[in-house]
Write a protein that binds this ligand. Structure first.
Ligand SMILES: Cc1cc2nc3c(=O)[nH]c(=O)nc-3n(C[C@H](O)[C@H](O)[C@H](O)COP(=O)(O)O)c2cc1C
Length: 388
């Protein structure tokens, strides 16, 4: 299928909506409760506008960015997304391959279903996102697994201490552990391409998908509760555990889900190598401000060299440039590349990344910048303020 007629991330979302069953599309698109956080993520981009500069020489533009000595082709990466295997057969592998091809980071989700030992062979530089249980003995065992798999960057998600209230999933019978219901069956029948190409293909190739990377061992099928439960005391995790973790983990350590400037500063002080400012794509606490709105105070709270990354609602090159202007080093996308995978697998993910790269390149020129470091706050204004 040609992907050339899909011109933007939003085109991919519309196309994904057609091929995915309602419950899977709802799982990917949705937020929590009244979806205030989800909406804020997009709306905040509209609150901020550019003041472009003209007649700057911009013929030699450079999108590449450096992080911990690694040069990526652009300031973009693929965020961890659990249960991606519902969107596409072996989706995690296709995301990883497309990221490697584009030379951008891909973060293996702790809730993914292709074993990380297989997945990390396909990634650029081995990022893994953990949902750690509240038990140091078990964390130590997970760390052993990560070391054996040569994971280099450990991303600890800190915004998921308890399960989110995803009413939209419950309304369409989408639960974890996954249970087949008549409504889901009908959803599948109405989406034969997905039923054949994802559901039955996966069952035939490898059986029911598993929680392969949540804990120290390959977990059970997604139709069963893991032996130790899903969250196993995650609500007991504290900053002391992160200080302890810093001593145990010798690789790069990133905390994901930081929204408060004090937490950003704490992360830096305990020796983390970076943070991801995130409200989990509006999928955890409802009613948060957007990560973009949280970013300026966080940049103020940490030292200049400390890598601050961000995700949440990024769909356009201009969105990415706004975060870069506020001082973000790298922007992650979650849903955008899942929509790419749903429509066209690895090629679809690649096309989404190349659309974003082309937008970034064009938008930088139109803004009057040839280098990312020239994209600064001086080029931004709050839209509602008219200076007289
Ligand atoms: C379907 C889906 C699954 C997700 N699973 C995880 C996960 O396993 N771990 C995690 O830290 N974040 C997870 N997230 C959040 C993303 O990492 C990221 O924060 C968010 O998607 C960014 O917002 P965006 O989708 O608007 O780009 C998930 C998001 C989606 C959409």
């Amino acid at each position: 299928m040609s992907l050339d007629h899909l011109l933007s991330v939003s085109d991919f979302e519309q196309a994904a909506k057609k091929v995915l069953p309602r419950c899977v599309y709802g799982y990917v698109r949705g937020g929590t409760e009244d979806e205030q956080s989800l909406r804020a993520n997009r709306l905040t981009f509209e609150d901020i506008g550019f003041l472009p500069r003209g007649l700057n020489i911009v013929d030699k533009r450079e999108l590449s960015t450096e992080l911990w000595g690694h040069k990526y082709s652009m300031p973009l990466g693929i965020a961890p997304t659990g249960l991606a295997g519902l969107v596409r057969h072996d989706c995690d592998l296709e995301l990883a391959r497309a990221a490697k091809q584009a030379n951008v980071p891909f973060v293996i989700s702790g809730s993914s279903s292709v074993p990380l030992e297989k997945l990390q062979l396909e990634t650029t530089d081995n990022w893994y996102q953990a949902y750690f249980p509240g038990d140091r003995v078990r964390i130590s065992r997970i760390i052993e697994r990560l070391n054996a798999a040569k994971i280099q960057v450990l991303v600890v998600t800190i915004d998921t201490c308890v399960a989110a209230n995803r009413e939209n999933n419950a309304r369409v019978d989408f639960t974890i552990p996954f249970r087949m219901t008549p409504r889901l069956l009908l959803d599948g029948i109405l989406h034969p391409r997905w039923t054949l190409g994802v559901f039955l293909k996966t069952l035939y190739a490898s059986g029911i998908p598993r929680f392969a990377n949540l804990y120290e061992e390959i977990g059970p099928p997604i139709t069963e509760e893991p032996a130790h439960g899903f969250r196993t005391g995650r609500d007991r995790l504290s900053w002391d555990d992160m200080i302890w973790l810093r001593e145990q983990w010798k690789g790069r350590l990133v905390l994901k889900g930081i929204m408060h400037p004090h937490d950003a500063s704490r992360a830096e002080k305990l020796g983390a190598d970076g943070i991801i400012v995130s409200n989990h794509g509006g999928r955890q606490l409802d009613g948060t401000i957007a990560p973009l709105a949280a970013l300026p105070a966080i940049i103020e709270a940490v030292s200049e060299a400390f890598p601050v990354m961000i995700d949440g609602g990024f769909r356009r090159g201009t969105d990415v440039l706004k975060a870069i202007a506020f001082g973000a080093r790298l922007v992650f996308v979650g849903r955008a590349t899942l929509y790419g995978a749903a429509v066209g697998g690895e090629a679809g993910v690649g096309r989404v990344l190349s659309i974003l790269a082309a937008e970034l390149d064009r938008d930088m020129a139109l803004l009057g910048c040839a280098q990312l470091f020239e994209v600064t706050k001086a080029l931004l204004r709050t839209r509602s303020v008219i200076a007289l």
